[in-house]
Design a protein around this ligand. Structure first.
Ligand code: HEC
Ligand code: HEC
Ligand code: HEC
Ligand code: HEC
Length: 332
C-alpha cells in the first residue's frame, strides 16, 4: 500500500512538473525577451518612455501568393528601422534599406524568399540552427544572393549586370571567362547553353531540396559536420577528389587496393588560388542556377528584365563579404 502511495505521489509530481514546464515555455517563448528588449531600446531612441511597456505580441507576415508565412520579425524587430543600424542582432536594421530593399518591402516579400530558413518557427534553433534534412537552410552572407535568381532570372544572361549581387556576377565571370577550362566541357547548364554529358547537369541545382541532395551525395568524406548542400558544394570545390574519391576496390591483377570512379572534376580552387571568400561566391553562383518550374514565382513578383550592358563598362568589384557564418559559430 505504501509503495503504491509513494509511486502515485511520484507520478503526480512528475505530471505536475511536466505541465508546469509546458505552461512556462508557452508563456515565455524565446521571442518575448527580444521584443521587450526592442521596446526598451525604442523607448530610449524615441524618448517616448511609454513604449518600453508595450506588451510582446506574436507577429507574422502572411504571403499567400508566395505560399509563405514568415515570423522572423518576432525577434528581428528593428529590421525596417534605420535607427537600429547600431544595434546587435537580432535588432539591427537590414542592410541596403536605402537601396534596393525599397523594391522588396518586407510586407510584400517577407524574409524567406531571400533567406530561406523555417519561416514559421519562432525559436533560434529552428530558424538558424542546422536542422538535418530541413528543406531550406537559412542563407546568410553571400549565399543570400543565390535566391535573387528565383525572380531575377535574367542575371545569368550575357552582358546583364547586377552590381547588387556581386557574388553571382563574380561567378558568372569566373565560369565564362576566368576558369582555365569551361565547366561546359563536362556539365550541361541550360542558362549558359552548355550541353555536355560527362558530369551531372547543373541547370537547376539551386532548386533541389536538401533531402533530394542528400539522397544522391556522399557526405562521409566531408570535413565539416554540417551536412547541407551548400557546405558540401563548398568543400567539393576546395577538393573534389577528397569529397568524391570513388570506391576502394581490389585490383584482380595486382591484388592491390585502389580507388575506382574518382571524380574527374578539376580542382579550380587550387588552380586559380581562390580564397575561401571566393569559393563561397562560386558556391553561391552554382546555387543560383535555379529551375523556374520548381520556383514558380507569381507574376506580381516578377521583376522587369535588365538590358545587357555593352562591353567596356566599368568592371565589377567582388563582394568581399564572407559566406555563411563560420561553421564553428553555427548550431548543429
Ligand atoms: C527566436 C528569435 C529569432 C527568430 C524567430 C529569427 N531570428 Fe534571426 N537571429 C536571431 C538572433 C539572436 C541572431 C544573432 C545570433 C545568431 O546568429 O544566432 C540572429 C541572426 C540572424 C542573421 C545573421 C546571421 C549571421 O550569421 O550573420 C540572419 C541572416 C537572420 N537572423 C535571419 C533570420 C530569418 C530569415 C529568420 C526567419 C526565417 C529569423 N532570422 C528568425 C534571432 C531570431
Ligand atoms: C530581397 C531579398 C531579401 C529580403 C526580402 C530579406 N533579406 Fe535579409 N539580407 C539580404 C541580403 C542580400 C543580405 C546581405 C547578406 C550579406 O552579404 O551579408 C541580407 C542580410 C540580412 C541580415 C544580416 C545583416 C548583417 O548586417 O549582417 C539579417 C539579420 C537579415 N538579412 C534578416 C532579414 C529578415 C528578418 C528579413 C525579413 C523581415 C529579410 N532579411 C528579408 C536579402 C534579403
Ligand atoms: C520574390 C522575387 C524577388 C526576389 C527573390 C528578389 N527580387 Fe529584386 N525585384 C523583384 C521585383 C518584382 C522587382 C521590381 C519591383 C518594382 O519595380 O517595384 C525587383 C526589383 C529589384 C531591383 C530594382 C530594379 C532594378 O532592376 O534595378 C534590384 C536592384 C533588385 N531587385 C535586386 C535584387 C537582389 C540583389 C536580390 C537578391 C538579394 C533580389 N532582387 C531578390 C523581385 C525579387
Ligand atoms: C573535366 C570535367 C569537369 C569540368 C571541366 C568541371 N566539372 Fe564539375 N563535376 C565533374 C564531375 C564528373 C562531377 C560529378 C562527380 C563529383 O561529385 O565530383 C562534377 C560535379 C560538380 C558539382 C556537383 C554536382 C552535384 O550534383 O552536386 C558542381 C556544383 C560542379 N561540378 C561545378 C563545376 C563548375 C562550376 C565547373 C567550372 C568552373 C566545373 N564543375 C567543371 C566534372 C567536371
Amino acid at each position: 500500500m505504501l509503495v503504491k502511495n509513494v509511486l502515485f505521489g511520484f507520478l503526480s509530481l512528475t505530471l505536475l512538473g511536466l505541465l508546469g514546464f509546458v505552461v512556462y515555455t508557452q508563456e515565455n517563448p524565446e521571442w518575448k525577451p527580444y521584443q521587450r528588449q526592442y521596446y526598451r531600446v525604442l523607448a530610449e531612441k524615441t524618448g517616448d518612455l511609454k513604449l518600453a511597456n508595450t506588451p510582446p505580441k506574436l507577429v507574422q507576415t502572411w504571403l499567400p501568393d508566395l505560399n509563405r508565412t514568415d515570423r522572423c520579425t518576432n525577434c528581428h524587430m528593428g529590421i525596417a528601422n534605420p535607427a537600429f543600424a547600431d544595434q546587435p542582432q537580432p535588432f539591427k536594421s537590414h542592410p541596403f534599406l536605402d537601396g534596393y530593399m525599397k523594391s522588396h518591402p518586407f510586407e510584400k516579400y517577407g524574409c524567406t524568399v531571400c533567406h530561406d530558413g523555417d519561416g514559421q518557427a519562432t525559436v533560434v534553433e529552428k530558424t538558424h540552427g542546422i536542422v538535418h534534412h530541413l528543406d531550406r537552410q537559412l542563407a546568410t552572407g553571400v549565399m543570400v544572393q543565390s535566391a535573387c535568381v528565383r525572380c531575377h532570372a535574367d542575371m545569368h544572361e550575357p552582358g546583364v549586370e547586377y552590381p547588387e549581387a556581386p557574388a553571382i556576377m563574380w561567378g558568372k565571370q569566373f565560369v565564362t571567362q576566368t576558369a582555365f577550362m569551361k565547366c561546359g566541357a563536362c556539365h550541361a547548364v541550360k542558362q549558359y547553353g552548355w550541353t555536355a554529358v560527362l558530369a551531372p547537369e547543373l541547370s537547376g541545382i539551386g532548386s533541389r531540396t536538401e533531402l533530394s541532395f542528400y539522397l544522391v551525395h556522399e557526405f562521409q568524406h566531408m570535413e565539416s559536420t554540417i551536412h547541407t548542400k551548400a557546405q558540401w558544394e563548398f568543400e567539393h570545390f576546395k577538393d573534389p577528389q577528397k569529397i568524391t574519391p570513388g570506391t576502394k576496390q581490389v585490383n584482380k591483377e595486382t591484388g592491390q587496393e585502389e580507388w575506382v570512379g574518382r571524380t574527374i572534376m578539376p580542382n579550380f580552387v587550387a588552380i586559380h588560388k581562390l580564397t575561401d571568400e571566393q569559393t563561397w561566391m562560386l558556391t553561391a553562383f552554382v546555387m543560383s542556377l535555379r529551375d523556374p518550374k520548381i520556383e514558380k514565382i507569381p507574376m506580381a513578383y516578377t521583376p522587369p528584365r535588365r538590358k545587357p550592358v555593352l562591353a567596356g563598362a566599368a568592371p565589377l568589384k567582388p563582394s568581399g563579404k564572407a559566406g555563411p557564418a563560420p561553421a564553428a559559430k553555427r548550431k548543429t
